[in-house]
Design a protein around this ligand. Structure first.
Ligand SMILES: Cc1cc2nc3c(=O)[nH]c(=O)nc-3n(C[C@H](O)[C@H](O)[C@H](O)COP(=O)(O)OP(=O)(O)OC[C@H]3O[C@@H](n4cnc5c(N)ncnc54)[C@H](O)[C@@H]3O)c2cc1C
Length: 288
């Protein structure tokens, strides 16, 4: 199996920036808002699997302490502005409601790109990408990078219902084969990601599996990948406070390369972890 390795970058290229970003557009698509922002320097440093930590503010003064984290979904040029970033935001609370209510021209403080990205395979192997809900966001730029390297990409896109499927149409352009799963059966197969994993892993012959989803699904993917002899990488969402490693508030239990169990920080040691290294039962307290 070709073991994925992280691309070498210079220290300057790895250093996150603190910038004042400008909102260019906010579009509602299904259950999510897609925000396009000019965030100088962040697109150039971005690699799939990295995120930004956003200060939410305005009238929500009490929410300013903890930044809110968001995957970078896309980096794309917009005429007259150069490279922009796109975030996909589900409004679930005070900070995300503030963010999704912003108008074009609004300014937002953010730090990024943060975290360790997905490692890419050295050879053009078959890859399976499994995404659920908004968490699928980092898989789309990953699919692009993998295709550039000649990898055959198969995608599983899942959500509670049609409104919670992220970019299902784009998924069909990004991959050789796409399996859609919804909990209510409104599109694709009815059920959970776990129900289709064996079949998709067999059909795709994937040697590397990437997953970005709620913890229970990540666990199921890590277990299924291992059973099929595939290498898995999982993008773990642990609520983050500082996003820079200082507060130690986003502990993830793992087994290190030395075989010793320890706690690491999701924000700087992750958020992408090898699926077989995370101690899932301890992290989420349940079997898939
Ligand atoms: C690395 C990373 C990447 C993320 N990427 C995205 C993204 O691309 N799009 C997106 O919409 N959200 C993303 N999230 C989750 C997002 O950060 C939270 O939903 C957000 O912080 C909630 O802020 P709020 O003020 O709106 O909600 P709050 O009022 O703080 O909380 C509202 C509800 O959301 C829950 N919640 C808060 N943080 C999280 C979390 N991290 N995971 C699960 N539940 C949480 C709370 O327990 C509460 O029930 C990401 C989180 C991490 C750690």
């Amino acid at each position: 199996m070709s073991i994925p390795t992280t691309t070498t970058t210079t220290t300057a290229a790895r250093t996150p920036l603190h910038v004042t970003a400008e909102v260019l557009s906010v579009k509602k698509v299904g259950a999510y808002h897609h925000l396009t922002l000019v965030a100088p320097g962040i697109p150039e440093r971005f690699r799939p699997g990295m995120f930004v930590a956003v200060s939410v503010g305005g009238e929500v003064a009490q929410s300013r302490l903890a930044r809110r984290s968001f995957w970078i979904h896309r980096v794309k040029p917009v005429g007259g502005y150069g490279a922009t970033i796109e975030l996909v935001v589900e409004a679930v609370g005070v900070g995300t409601r503030w963010l999704t209510g912003l108008a074009p021209g609004a300014r937002v403080e953010m730090t990024g790109p943060l975290g360790r990205p997905f490692a890419l395979p050295q050879e053009p192997v078959a890859c399976l990408l499994v995404g659920e809900g908004y968490a699928a966001a980092p898989l789309f730029p990953l699919a692009e990078r993998l295709r550039e390297r000649g990898c055959a990409v198969t995608l599983v896109v899942a959500g509670a219902d049609e409104a919670h499927l992220l970019s299902a149409l784009e998924a069909r352009r990004s991959a050789r084969a796409v399996t859609v799963v919804t909990a209510d059966g409104s599109v694709g197969s009815r059920g959970r990601v776990a129900d289709v994993l064996d079949e998709v892993l067999t059909r795709s012959g994937a040697e590397v599996v990437y997953a970005a989803a709620p913890l229970g699904t990540l666990h199921a993917v890590a277990v299924a990948a291992e059973a099929h002899g595939a290498w898995s990488q999982t993008a773990v969402e642990q609520p983050l406070t500082c996003g820079t490693g200082l507060c130690q508030g986003c502990a993830v239990p793992v087994v290190g390369e030395d075989g010793v169990a320890r706690l690491v920080r999701a924000c700087v040691d992750g958020p992408v972890f090898r699926g077989d290294r995370v101690r899932w039962v301890e992290l989420i307290g349940e079997e898939p």
